[in-house]
Write a protein that binds this ligand. Structure first.
Ligand code: NAP
Length: 286
Protein backbone atom coordinates (compact mmCIF):
# COMPACT_ATOMS: atom_id res chain seq x y z
CA UNK A 1 0.00 0.00 0.00
CA UNK A 2 1.19 3.55 -0.72
CA UNK A 3 2.65 5.57 2.15
CA UNK A 4 -0.08 7.57 3.89
CA UNK A 5 -0.10 11.31 3.36
CA UNK A 6 0.59 13.38 6.45
CA UNK A 7 -2.02 16.13 6.90
CA UNK A 8 0.45 18.62 8.34
CA UNK A 9 -1.52 21.06 10.49
CA UNK A 10 1.59 22.77 11.77
CA UNK A 11 2.74 23.79 8.28
CA UNK A 12 -0.74 24.99 7.34
CA UNK A 13 -1.03 26.94 10.59
CA UNK A 14 2.27 28.74 9.87
CA UNK A 15 1.16 29.66 6.36
CA UNK A 16 -2.25 30.88 7.53
CA UNK A 17 -0.77 32.92 10.36
CA UNK A 18 1.50 34.77 7.92
CA UNK A 19 -1.53 35.58 5.74
CA UNK A 20 -3.54 36.74 8.77
CA UNK A 21 -0.71 39.09 9.79
CA UNK A 22 -0.93 40.77 6.36
CA UNK A 23 -4.70 41.10 6.69
CA UNK A 24 -4.35 42.58 10.19
CA UNK A 25 -2.00 45.24 8.77
CA UNK A 26 -4.63 46.23 6.21
CA UNK A 27 -7.32 46.57 8.90
CA UNK A 28 -5.01 48.75 11.01
CA UNK A 29 -4.10 50.88 7.97
CA UNK A 30 -7.79 51.46 7.25
CA UNK A 31 -9.03 52.10 10.80
CA UNK A 32 -5.93 53.40 12.59
CA UNK A 33 -6.84 51.01 15.41
CA UNK A 34 -5.44 47.64 16.40
CA UNK A 35 -8.13 44.92 16.63
CA UNK A 36 -8.53 43.43 20.11
CA UNK A 37 -9.33 39.85 21.12
CA UNK A 38 -10.58 39.77 24.71
CA UNK A 39 -9.71 36.55 26.53
CA UNK A 40 -11.51 35.69 29.75
CA UNK A 41 -9.89 33.28 32.18
CA UNK A 42 -11.88 32.27 35.26
CA UNK A 43 -9.82 30.64 38.00
CA UNK A 44 -6.32 29.22 37.64
CA UNK A 45 -6.70 25.83 35.95
CA UNK A 46 -3.08 25.30 34.74
CA UNK A 47 -4.10 23.99 31.29
CA UNK A 48 -6.46 26.96 30.79
CA UNK A 49 -3.72 29.39 31.90
CA UNK A 50 -1.43 27.87 29.26
CA UNK A 51 -4.09 27.98 26.52
CA UNK A 52 -4.90 31.64 27.22
CA UNK A 53 -1.18 32.49 27.17
CA UNK A 54 -0.79 30.66 23.84
CA UNK A 55 -3.73 32.61 22.41
CA UNK A 56 -2.17 35.88 23.62
CA UNK A 57 1.11 34.93 21.93
CA UNK A 58 -0.73 34.12 18.70
CA UNK A 59 -2.34 37.60 18.78
CA UNK A 60 1.17 39.10 19.02
CA UNK A 61 2.40 37.06 16.05
CA UNK A 62 -0.58 38.12 13.94
CA UNK A 63 -0.21 41.77 15.03
CA UNK A 64 -3.41 42.27 17.01
CA UNK A 65 -3.88 43.04 20.71
CA UNK A 66 -5.11 40.62 23.32
CA UNK A 67 -6.87 41.96 26.37
CA UNK A 68 -6.60 39.51 29.23
CA UNK A 69 -9.50 39.51 31.66
CA UNK A 70 -8.67 37.34 34.67
CA UNK A 71 -11.42 36.55 37.16
CA UNK A 72 -11.36 34.73 40.47
CA UNK A 73 -12.37 31.07 40.65
CA UNK A 74 -15.30 32.17 42.85
CA UNK A 75 -16.93 34.24 40.09
CA UNK A 76 -20.69 33.68 39.65
CA UNK A 77 -22.60 33.26 36.40
CA UNK A 78 -24.18 36.72 36.84
CA UNK A 79 -20.81 38.39 37.41
CA UNK A 80 -19.30 36.70 34.38
CA UNK A 81 -22.24 37.68 32.19
CA UNK A 82 -21.81 41.31 33.30
CA UNK A 83 -18.13 41.17 32.23
CA UNK A 84 -19.13 39.70 28.87
CA UNK A 85 -21.78 42.36 28.35
CA UNK A 86 -19.23 45.10 29.00
CA UNK A 87 -16.94 43.55 26.35
CA UNK A 88 -19.90 43.25 23.95
CA UNK A 89 -20.39 47.00 24.32
CA UNK A 90 -16.70 47.87 23.95
CA UNK A 91 -16.10 49.14 20.43
CA UNK A 92 -12.39 48.22 20.44
CA UNK A 93 -13.10 44.54 21.06
CA UNK A 94 -13.56 42.45 17.87
CA UNK A 95 -13.68 39.04 19.48
CA UNK A 96 -14.38 37.48 22.87
CA UNK A 97 -12.95 34.17 24.00
CA UNK A 98 -14.21 32.63 27.24
CA UNK A 99 -11.72 29.89 28.08
CA UNK A 100 -13.40 26.50 28.58
CA UNK A 101 -13.90 24.95 31.10
CA UNK A 102 -15.10 27.47 33.68
CA UNK A 103 -15.46 26.48 37.37
CA UNK A 104 -18.42 24.21 38.16
CA UNK A 105 -20.60 26.87 39.87
CA UNK A 106 -20.87 28.78 36.57
CA UNK A 107 -23.46 28.00 33.90
CA UNK A 108 -20.97 27.90 31.05
CA UNK A 109 -23.47 27.75 28.20
CA UNK A 110 -25.43 30.72 29.61
CA UNK A 111 -22.16 32.69 29.55
CA UNK A 112 -21.29 31.51 26.03
CA UNK A 113 -24.77 32.60 24.96
CA UNK A 114 -24.17 36.07 26.42
CA UNK A 115 -21.36 36.68 23.90
CA UNK A 116 -22.61 38.92 21.07
CA UNK A 117 -22.82 36.90 17.85
CA UNK A 118 -20.62 39.35 15.93
CA UNK A 119 -17.88 38.86 18.56
CA UNK A 120 -18.34 35.09 19.05
CA UNK A 121 -15.08 34.27 17.25
CA UNK A 122 -14.76 30.93 19.07
CA UNK A 123 -18.22 29.88 17.85
CA UNK A 124 -19.59 28.88 21.26
CA UNK A 125 -22.94 30.68 21.33
CA UNK A 126 -25.88 28.30 20.74
CA UNK A 127 -27.16 30.69 18.06
CA UNK A 128 -23.79 30.50 16.25
CA UNK A 129 -24.06 26.71 16.34
CA UNK A 130 -27.61 26.87 14.97
CA UNK A 131 -26.66 29.21 12.16
CA UNK A 132 -23.60 27.12 11.30
CA UNK A 133 -25.75 23.99 11.24
CA UNK A 134 -28.19 25.70 8.87
CA UNK A 135 -25.22 26.53 6.62
CA UNK A 136 -25.66 30.24 7.30
CA UNK A 137 -22.96 32.81 7.91
CA UNK A 138 -21.66 32.16 11.45
CA UNK A 139 -18.45 31.88 13.39
CA UNK A 140 -17.60 28.24 13.92
CA UNK A 141 -16.22 26.34 16.83
CA UNK A 142 -12.44 26.60 16.39
CA UNK A 143 -11.37 22.95 16.37
CA UNK A 144 -14.09 21.77 13.94
CA UNK A 145 -13.22 24.69 11.65
CA UNK A 146 -9.56 23.64 11.85
CA UNK A 147 -10.42 20.09 10.87
CA UNK A 148 -12.39 21.31 7.85
CA UNK A 149 -9.57 23.70 6.86
CA UNK A 150 -7.05 20.84 6.95
CA UNK A 151 -9.27 18.55 4.86
CA UNK A 152 -9.96 21.32 2.36
CA UNK A 153 -6.36 22.52 2.07
CA UNK A 154 -4.99 19.03 1.44
CA UNK A 155 -7.72 18.24 -1.07
CA UNK A 156 -9.46 15.46 0.84
CA UNK A 157 -12.73 14.68 -0.91
CA UNK A 158 -15.69 14.85 1.47
CA UNK A 159 -18.84 14.85 -0.69
CA UNK A 160 -20.45 11.41 -0.80
CA UNK A 161 -17.98 9.91 1.68
CA UNK A 162 -18.91 8.00 4.84
CA UNK A 163 -17.67 10.04 7.79
CA UNK A 164 -17.73 8.66 11.33
CA UNK A 165 -17.27 11.12 14.17
CA UNK A 166 -16.51 9.61 17.57
CA UNK A 167 -17.58 12.12 20.24
CA UNK A 168 -20.52 14.52 20.43
CA UNK A 169 -19.26 17.37 22.62
CA UNK A 170 -20.73 20.81 21.90
CA UNK A 171 -17.31 22.25 21.00
CA UNK A 172 -16.01 19.41 18.88
CA UNK A 173 -17.90 16.24 17.95
CA UNK A 174 -21.30 17.76 17.27
CA UNK A 175 -20.19 20.82 15.29
CA UNK A 176 -17.62 18.91 13.19
CA UNK A 177 -20.35 16.41 12.31
CA UNK A 178 -22.58 19.28 11.12
CA UNK A 179 -19.76 20.78 9.05
CA UNK A 180 -19.07 17.41 7.42
CA UNK A 181 -22.78 17.01 6.73
CA UNK A 182 -22.87 20.47 5.14
CA UNK A 183 -19.92 19.37 3.01
CA UNK A 184 -22.13 16.50 1.77
CA UNK A 185 -20.59 13.60 3.69
CA UNK A 186 -22.84 10.85 5.04
CA UNK A 187 -22.23 11.30 8.73
CA UNK A 188 -22.55 8.97 11.70
CA UNK A 189 -22.01 10.41 15.18
CA UNK A 190 -20.86 7.96 17.87
CA UNK A 191 -20.70 8.41 21.63
CA UNK A 192 -20.35 6.49 24.87
CA UNK A 193 -23.68 4.69 24.38
CA UNK A 194 -22.96 3.62 20.79
CA UNK A 195 -23.09 -0.11 20.21
CA UNK A 196 -20.76 -1.93 17.81
CA UNK A 197 -18.38 1.01 17.53
CA UNK A 198 -15.57 -0.94 15.76
CA UNK A 199 -18.07 -2.10 13.12
CA UNK A 200 -19.29 1.44 12.49
CA UNK A 201 -15.75 2.86 12.30
CA UNK A 202 -14.85 0.12 9.79
CA UNK A 203 -17.39 1.64 7.35
CA UNK A 204 -15.76 5.07 7.45
CA UNK A 205 -13.89 6.76 4.62
CA UNK A 206 -13.16 9.57 7.07
CA UNK A 207 -12.76 8.96 10.81
CA UNK A 208 -12.77 11.89 13.23
CA UNK A 209 -11.75 10.91 16.75
CA UNK A 210 -12.82 13.37 19.47
CA UNK A 211 -13.07 11.16 22.52
CA UNK A 212 -10.43 12.27 25.01
CA UNK A 213 -9.04 8.77 25.55
CA UNK A 214 -5.48 7.96 24.49
CA UNK A 215 -5.13 5.56 21.52
CA UNK A 216 -8.84 4.73 21.82
CA UNK A 217 -9.39 3.96 18.11
CA UNK A 218 -7.61 0.75 17.19
CA UNK A 219 -5.98 -0.14 13.88
CA UNK A 220 -8.31 -3.15 13.47
CA UNK A 221 -11.29 -0.77 13.38
CA UNK A 222 -9.88 1.21 10.46
CA UNK A 223 -10.73 0.48 6.83
CA UNK A 224 -7.75 0.35 4.43
CA UNK A 225 -7.31 3.74 2.81
CA UNK A 226 -9.46 5.70 5.31
CA UNK A 227 -8.57 9.29 6.20
CA UNK A 228 -7.84 9.61 9.92
CA UNK A 229 -8.41 12.87 11.76
CA UNK A 230 -7.20 12.72 15.33
CA UNK A 231 -8.50 15.66 17.35
CA UNK A 232 -7.48 14.07 20.62
CA UNK A 233 -4.86 15.63 22.77
CA UNK A 234 -4.04 13.59 25.85
CA UNK A 235 -1.16 13.97 28.32
CA UNK A 236 2.16 13.02 26.74
CA UNK A 237 1.11 14.32 23.27
CA UNK A 238 -0.99 11.24 22.61
CA UNK A 239 -4.02 11.33 20.34
CA UNK A 240 -7.31 9.45 20.46
CA UNK A 241 -6.28 7.12 17.61
CA UNK A 242 -3.57 4.49 17.92
CA UNK A 243 -1.75 6.19 15.05
CA UNK A 244 1.38 4.10 15.29
CA UNK A 245 -0.63 1.05 14.27
CA UNK A 246 -3.50 2.66 12.34
CA UNK A 247 -1.74 5.33 10.24
CA UNK A 248 -0.02 2.80 7.92
CA UNK A 249 -3.49 1.50 6.93
CA UNK A 250 -4.77 4.99 6.14
CA UNK A 251 -4.46 7.07 2.98
CA UNK A 252 -3.91 10.24 5.03
CA UNK A 253 -3.81 11.19 8.70
CA UNK A 254 -3.33 14.13 11.03
CA UNK A 255 -0.34 13.49 13.31
CA UNK A 256 -0.37 14.18 17.04
CA UNK A 257 1.27 16.54 17.77
CA UNK A 258 1.37 18.72 14.66
CA UNK A 259 -2.07 17.98 13.18
CA UNK A 260 -5.33 19.48 14.43
CA UNK A 261 -3.81 21.09 17.56
CA UNK A 262 -1.73 23.87 15.95
CA UNK A 263 -4.63 24.85 13.70
CA UNK A 264 -7.10 25.52 16.53
CA UNK A 265 -5.56 28.80 17.67
CA UNK A 266 -5.11 29.90 14.05
CA UNK A 267 -8.84 29.35 13.46
CA UNK A 268 -9.56 31.60 16.43
CA UNK A 269 -7.20 34.24 14.99
CA UNK A 270 -8.79 33.85 11.56
CA UNK A 271 -12.29 34.50 12.87
CA UNK A 272 -11.05 37.45 14.95
CA UNK A 273 -9.52 38.99 11.82
CA UNK A 274 -12.76 38.26 9.94
CA UNK A 275 -14.67 40.16 12.63
CA UNK A 276 -12.23 43.08 12.40
CA UNK A 277 -12.52 43.08 8.59
CA UNK A 278 -16.32 43.09 8.74
CA UNK A 279 -16.12 46.16 10.93
CA UNK A 280 -13.43 47.89 8.87
CA UNK A 281 -14.51 47.02 5.32
CA UNK A 282 -18.03 45.64 5.75
CA UNK A 283 -16.86 42.30 4.35
CA UNK A 284 -14.42 39.44 4.95
CA UNK A 285 -11.27 39.73 2.82
CA UNK A 286 -10.38 36.13 2.00
P1 NAP B 1 -15.55 15.60 25.88
O1 NAP B 1 -16.37 16.81 26.05
O2 NAP B 1 -15.08 14.84 27.06
O3 NAP B 1 -16.35 14.61 24.90
C1 NAP B 1 -15.90 13.31 24.68
C2 NAP B 1 -16.88 12.58 23.81
O4 NAP B 1 -16.40 11.26 23.64
C3 NAP B 1 -18.29 12.48 24.42
O5 NAP B 1 -19.25 12.78 23.44
C4 NAP B 1 -18.39 11.05 24.87
O6 NAP B 1 -19.67 10.49 24.76
C5 NAP B 1 -17.48 10.35 23.88
N1 NAP B 1 -16.98 9.09 24.45
C6 NAP B 1 -16.44 8.89 25.65
N2 NAP B 1 -16.17 7.59 25.81
C7 NAP B 1 -16.55 6.96 24.68
C8 NAP B 1 -16.57 5.61 24.27
N3 NAP B 1 -16.11 4.62 25.05
N4 NAP B 1 -17.04 5.32 23.04
C9 NAP B 1 -17.52 6.29 22.24
N5 NAP B 1 -17.54 7.60 22.59
C10 NAP B 1 -17.07 7.92 23.80
O7 NAP B 1 -14.22 15.93 25.05
P2 NAP B 1 -13.93 17.07 23.93
O8 NAP B 1 -13.81 18.38 24.59
O9 NAP B 1 -14.85 16.90 22.78
O10 NAP B 1 -12.47 16.62 23.50
C11 NAP B 1 -12.22 15.39 22.86
C12 NAP B 1 -10.72 15.28 22.60
O11 NAP B 1 -10.31 16.33 21.77
C13 NAP B 1 -9.84 15.39 23.85
O12 NAP B 1 -8.70 14.56 23.67
C14 NAP B 1 -9.40 16.84 23.86
O13 NAP B 1 -8.16 17.03 24.50
C15 NAP B 1 -9.27 17.08 22.38
N6 NAP B 1 -9.42 18.49 22.00
C16 NAP B 1 -8.46 19.00 21.21
C17 NAP B 1 -8.55 20.30 20.80
C18 NAP B 1 -7.49 20.82 19.90
O14 NAP B 1 -7.30 22.02 19.81
N7 NAP B 1 -6.77 19.96 19.22
C19 NAP B 1 -9.60 21.10 21.20
C20 NAP B 1 -10.60 20.56 22.01
C21 NAP B 1 -10.49 19.23 22.40
P3 NAP B 1 -20.93 10.97 25.65
O15 NAP B 1 -21.40 12.25 25.02
O16 NAP B 1 -21.90 9.88 25.53
O17 NAP B 1 -20.39 11.18 27.04
Amino acid sequence: MAEPFVLDGKALAKKMEAELAERAKKVIAKTGRVPVLATILVGDNPASVTYVRMKGNACKRVGIDSRKVELSGETTTEELIRVIEALNADDDVCGILLQHPVPAQIDEQACFNAIALEKDVDGVNTASFGAMTMHLDAYKSATPLSIMSILEYYGIEIAGKEAVVIGRSPILGKPVAMLLLNADATVTICHSRTKNLPEIVRRADIVVAAVGKPKFVKAEWVKDGAVLVDAGYNPGNIGDIDLEQAAPKSSAYTPVPGGVGPMTIVSLMRQTIQSAEKKAFGTICE
